[in-house]
Design a protein around this ligand. Structure first.
Ligand SMILES: [Zn+2]
Length: 186
């Protein structure tokens, strides 16, 4: 069984990830954990999978790679002057989705944008990989939906296109009517 783990760098709850992986450990055949090498959920999952004797496949994003011809953005510049492609993370996520998996487990942190996790989830869904999502709140509770998150919890945006980030709709405050002018007419 091939399982992708994606999740927040702020994910701290190891037992949840361990339970999620152990649930599938009994499935016959070799198990492969696929992850992105970030701190938090990724590295916790990697440690658990190693303990379970699974094969672990780490896909680090290449933050030294230049932009490609299909990039619609400018390269980012570091303080030292070197440049990098800001879409390295999404490119890595797409690769993980393209390689296929039987399941993707997503571990979100309430109160955070979880942009990278949302991006991986979207790419997994498009690749027909089933996704299970869990949220960890600040009290250490686990949720299966994001109702306890900060306002931007449910805005699956793309790292490389800030234009798609949505803000919650707010009813515009009513504009004062020019009643004075109309009263004079009558
Ligand atoms: Zn780029």
């Amino acid at each position: 069984m091939r399982i992708i783990v994606t999740g927040s760098r702020e994910w701290t709850c190891r037992p949840t990830i361990e339970a999620a992986l152990r649930k599938h450990a009994a499935v016959p055949g070799q198990h492969v954990l696929v992850h992105g090498g970030a701190k938090g959920a990724d590295l916790i999952a990697a440690a658990v999978a190693e303990e379970l004797g699974w094969k672990v496949e780490c896909h680090d994003a290449d933050w030294t790679a230049p932009c490609t011809s299909d990039c619609r953005h400018a390269p980012r510049r570091r303080r030292g002057g070197s440049t990098y492609c800001p879409a390295a993370g999404v490119r890595r996520n797409q690769l993980m989705a393209d390689l296929g998996a039987d399941l993707a487990l997503a571990f979100f942190r309430c109160g955070h944008a979880n942009r990278g996790t949302w991006d991986m989830v979207q790419r997994a869904v498009r690749a027909d990989i089933p996704v299970r999502k869990q949220w960890l709140d600040d009290l250490g509770r686990i949720h299966t939906s994001p109702q306890h998150s900060a306002p931007h919890h449910a805005t699956p945006g793309r790292w490389d296109s800030p234009a798609t980030v949505r803000v919650p709709f707010q009813q515009p405050s009513p504009v004062a009517q020019p009643t004075v002018g109309l009263a004079r007419l009558s």
